[in-house]
Design a protein around this ligand. Structure first.
Ligand code: PMP
Length: 407
């Protein structure tokens, strides 16, 4: 069966059908362009890891090699290091989650947890409900298991409960099987918005009534700028929620350490799937992180990140107000992203080459939908460039957009 690629690829006819969804995303292509130093990239979601003082980590790395090398350099448990899992409990308690050390499965970033959950639950033709828009690489994972991603509408307070009810009814009326709802309730990627407490309760109730599992992805919850967001959905409901956390945003993504918290039966299968995929998550990374959490002021470091990102968010919002005063955008109270809405007739994907010519990059809204929606929106990331670069980037973006409007 011919599924993917083109005739230049000698293996074209051999790929599995599931690879059809693995076409290079807009985001990937952008990374190449936007990494040129003269381009202000508002496209990627790279954490500003230079904000971590080097000696906070060098001690942890050195102790890992010198004192804990026998285990840190060895294969480990498919569930992850018990000592690190204990510390993860402390991290999650900050978001109201109370779990046991055995409830946690350490994964290779939360990205791999997404892959494992998809592998456990998705057969071809199954439906995954997701916010519209949703995290691009989660959509890619679900599609790679030949699931259909059905988006449900959001507003500036996240997923709309009423729309979710209607989406479930519509999907079921079409005879399709819904496996889970994938949601990013706090500082959403890509919209930047946060689901209020009452909606969290309501959405969990809808999921319960409809026997739908909730997959709660929470990489940004601790990166709030003023007030903490409402507690995680997993803090309300333990049985019907798989919760994903990560050290990628509160420490550094290079470690590739995240985790899943899942109800007992699912957790056992997750551990087996983790072993089948990687034998054990990196012992070295887990040990360094465990040393770091045990010795450094990690809460203070998260505070430092909050300050850095708050300043960048402020720079972006004030630049947008100066440069594009008649447009609308979301106002994130944490995380990395602003969602900018364009007039209906503008197409952010078609505009991108002109933006790159003006030396600014962003992610077109279409990247965050499985169904081609999102043309008249874009995601702007404020996590990586300095405030001055952000202001310059928005100035260049306004030139491009105003040029389009003048056509
Ligand atoms: N989920 C969301 C919503 C994300 O934004 C990201 C990273 N951009 C991930 C998961 C993956 O994070 P990691 O694998 O680094 O933990």
């Amino acid at each position: 069966m011919q599924t993917q690629g083109n005739n230049m690829d000698p293996w074209y006819g051999l790929y599995a059908a599931r690879t059809a969804g693995l076409s290079a995303s807009e985001v990937r292509a952008l990374f190449a362009v936007a990494s040129r130093p003269e381009v202000v990239s508002l496209a990627g979601g790279m954490p500003f890891v230079s904000a971590i003082p080097k000696d906070l980590l060098t001690g942890a790395v050195e102790r890992t090699v010198r004192e804990r090398g026998a285990t840190a350099l060895q294969y480990g448990s498919g569930q992850g290091m018990p000592a690190l899992r204990e510390q993860i409990l402390e991290v999650m308690a900050l978001e109201g989650i109370h779990a046991g050390v055995d409830d946690i499965v350490v994964t290779t970033g939360s990205q791999h947890a997404l892959e494992l959950v998809a592998k456990l639950f998705l057969d071809p033709g199954d439906v995954v409900l997701a916010e519209g828009p949703s995290y691009v690489t989660a959509i890619t994972v679900f599609k790679s298991f030949q699931a259909e991603v059905v988006h449900s509408a959001m507003d500036d307070q996240g997923l709309q409960p009423e729309a979710l009810r209607e989406t479930i009814t519509r999907v079921r009326a079409a005879g399709k099987k819904i496996k889970f709802l994938y949601t990013i309730p706090s500082f959403h990627n890509p919209m930047g918005v946060t689901l209020p407490w009452e909606r969290r309760m309501e959405i969990l109730e809808i999921a319960r009534q409809n026997d739908i599992l909730v997959l709660e992805d929470n990489p940004y919850g601790l990166l709030y700028f003023d007030q903490a967001p409402p507690h995680a959905m997993r803090s309300i409901e333990a049985d019907g929620v798989i919760y994903l956390g990560t050290f990628s945003k509160t420490l550094a993504p290079g470690f590739r350490v995240g985790w899943a918290v899942a109800p007992h039966a699912i957790r056992e299968k997750l551990i087996l799937a983790n072993e089948a995929a990687v034998l054990s998550p990196s012992s070295f990374s887990q040990t360094v992180i465990s040393e770091y959490l045990g010795s450094a002021d990690w809460k203070g470091q998260i505070d430092t990140f909050r300050g850095v990102y708050r300043e960048r968010r402020d720079a972006m919002l004030s630049a947008l107000a100066d440069q594009l005063p008649t447009f609308s955008w979301t106002v994130p109270t944490g995380g990395f992203y602003v969602w900018l809405r364009l007039p209906d007739h503008l197409d952010s994907k078609a505009m991108l080459p002109r933006a790159v010519k003006e030396l600014v990059a962003y992610t077109p809204g279409t990247a965050f939908y499985a169904d081609g929606s999102g043309r008249n929106a874009m995601r702007l990331s404020f996590c990586y460039p300095t405030p001055d670069f952000i202001r310059e980037g928005i100035r260049r973006l306004a030139i491009v957009i105003n040029g389009e409007l003048a056509l």
